[in-house]
Design a protein around this ligand. Structure first.
Ligand code: PMP
Length: 403
């Protein structure tokens, strides 16, 4: 595998071992240049002006939509809605779809392993509609057995919303079985793909997902651009989430008729530079190939886990099998607070995350207050991992323990 770090100005220009990729990835030069080019050469408000520059800006913005469409294998470009991030995409579905369709007694099914961004919107929807919020529980290793997932679906399940890959454990949810079971009772499924879209190939048509959300910044694009995929028939029937400029067909004193998809859901000035840069990030990823990226990240995960298993004081959350971690490894060290682990590693230029990872109910379920988390991307190297392993072995000594 070639060394990709040369493409990433931040990584090439420092000796940081950046191992917090689940929080946000670094941006390659190609992505930064695409955003710069948009503002240097094509800057005008997309979807508005009738002059050549504005039409160019619009064309580039809409071409970015088609790039995303192909990336996740959606059937139509208008099924791709640009948002700010995963959080906004999920809120759009909760406010628009859930509030307009749920009735008292209906069930929303999520899992205990959700990021707060895929939990709080459903708590809100349940409160406001009288629907019941049900949780899938995972085993101590973070797994969701397929038969238990299917058994949790009832004739009242109207919406299931789950993380495709957990941001704490890296475990993959058996989404195909869930989608089949929910469709069999007439419900819809939203996949939170924040941690899967950057790392594994996604085909929304093969999955038959109804909605899918992800963030550009976790996929090497700038912060502030995100995606909601939705099946056309569902999006068509949904009321707008935000209202205002550019999402209308006509407005009178009394009311408005709304623009067709996708613009009905893109009120206000859009993030043109972000969308174009997201398309460049997808180009970059697909030049390498999503299968290759997934394989490389599994290799690095295996290497990291093997190193961690050599130390009895390190406890990995989850199964410890590389296939169950997808580049994300949460761990604790006997007698050391995770914040101290992160601080000690930071002194050596190693960036990892520590805390509750916006998944407090999961950590409570697993019986821990917080964890340290190392998360890998294809541009990491064995050398990054070696530095991490060496430093992590020093943590207990630095905290005053014997070894
Ligand atoms: N869901 C998952 C699984 C995540 O990992 C994250 C980010 N940590 C989010 C949702 C929220 O993403 P964002 O902050 O970009 O909206």
């Amino acid at each position: 595998m070639e060394n990709f770090k040369k493409d990433f100005p931040l990584l090439a220009g420092s000796d940081i071992a950046y191992l917090d990729n689940a929080a946000t990835e670094q941006r390659p030069r190609q992505v930064l240049e695409a955003e710069r080019e948009f503002y240097n050469k094509y800057n005008a408000n997309p979807l508005r002006g009738l002059y050549a520059l504005a039409m160019e800006a619009t064309e580039r913005y809409e071409a970015a939509r088609e790039r995303v469409q192909k990336f996740i294998h959606a059937a139509r470009p208008e099924e791709i809605i640009f948002t700010r991030n995963t959080t906004e995409s999920i809120n759009l579905v909760a406010y628009s779809y859930a509030l307009s369709t749920l009735k008292p007694g209906d069930e929303i099914l999520i899992s205990i392993a959700e990021h707060h961004s895929n939990m709080l919107p459903w708590q809100m929807a349940a409160r406001q509609t009288g629907a019941t919020l049900k949780y899938l529980e995972c085993g101590p290793d973070g797994s969701f057995p397929e038969e238990e997932v299917v058994a949790a679906v009832t004739p009242r399940t109207k919406i299931a919303a789950v993380a495709h890959i957990s941001n704490v454990l890296g475990k993959v949810m058996p989404v195909e079985a869930l989608i089949r079971a929910v469709h069999a009772v007439g419900g819809v499924v939203l996949l939170d793909a924040a941690q899967s879209a950057p790392h594994v190939p996604i085909d929304v048509q093969k999955l038959d997902a109804d909605f899918l959300a992800f963030s550009g910044h976790k996929l090497m694009a700038p912060m502030g651009i995100g995606v909601l995929y939705g099946k056309k028939a569902l999006l068509d029937a949904m009321p707008p989430f935000l209202t205002g400029g550019e999402m209308i067909e006509s407005v009178t004193r009394e009311g408005a008729t709304y623009a067709p998809l996708p613009h009905k859901f893109e009120a206000g000035t859009v993030n043109g530079g972000g969308a174009v840069a997201l398309a460049a990030a997808i180009d970059y990823l697909e030049t390498i190939g999503m299968e290759t990226i997934h394989k490389r990240e599994l290799e690095l995960t295996r290497y990291t886990l093997e190193g961690m298993k050599q130390r009895a004081c390190i406890h990995v959350q989850g199964s410890g099998r590389a296939e169950d971690h997808c580049g994300i490894i949460s761990f604790t060290i006997d007698g050391v607070h995770p914040h101290d682990i992160a601080t000690i590693l930071d002194a050596d230029g190693i960036a990892i995350r520590a805390g509750h990872h916006c998944a407090q109910p999961l950590l409570k379920h697993l019986g821990v207050m917080s964890t340290a988390r190392v998360s890998l991307a294809f541009y990491n190297t064995e050398e990054d991992v070696d530095r991490f392993l060496k430093a992590v072995c020093r943590v207990r000594r630095e905290m005053g323990y014997g070894e």
